[in-house]
Ligand binder design. Structure first.
Ligand code: HEC
Length: 143
């Protein structure tokens, strides 16, 4: 995406948000490719548990993957500005992994309105687990 269309998209998002702070619908998200090379390939079948938990390279890849694909709704550094849930609350370990997988694969729709796009087939399983590995490092038990 060119800088110009990015700026336009950000501007449109801002307008949408100020036009109606109670409606979060946002269908035209442009996903940004995440380069997961260097990580162990995972194949087609979805893992139940994050194979990259605690993996330094995955955490680094995940931090940038998150910034490019999730931060506009979930906030920079996973600190929510109130648009979408604060992902620092997502439990570490397999329980958080399950909920994470469910949401990133299915997205979220309420009354037919997309709240979060599905990332299945958009970002690779490797990229998504890398993002999860980074999110785990942001977990805050006091929230
Ligand atoms: C267009 C905005 C948007 C984008 C982009 C987005 N999300 Fe979401 N996400 C939401 C909203 C809104 C919800 C709450 C959905 C609901 O509860 O119905 C949500 C829920 C979630 C949840 C469940 C959190 C909980 O506490 O229940 C996870 C996990 C999640 N998103 C991860 C991600 C990841 C990872 C990315 C990037 C790959 C991402 N999201 C991109 C809007 C977004």
């Amino acid at each position: 995406m060119s800088y110009k269309s990015f700026a336009l998209a950000v501007g449109a998002w801002g307008l949408l948000m100020s036009a109606s702070s109670s409606v979060f619908a946002h269908g035209d998200v442009t996903p940004q490719a995440v380069d997961a090379s260097g990580l162990e390939p995972l194949g087609e079948e979805w893992r139940e548990e994050n194979p990259y938990s605690g993996n330094d390279l995955a955490i680094e890849i995940g931090a940038s993957g998150y910034n490019q694909n999730c931060a506009r709704c979930h906030g920079l550094e996973a600190i929510s500005g109130g648009i979408a849930p604060d992902l620092r609350k997502l439990e570490p370990g397999i329980d958080g992994d399950e909920w994470f997988t469910y949401r990133v694969r299915h997205g979220a729709t309420r009354n037919g309105i997309p709240y979060m796009p599905s990332f299945e087939g958009v970002l690779s399983q490797e990229a998504l687990w890398a993002i999860r590995a980074w999110l785990e490092t942001q977990y805050d038990p006091d929230l």
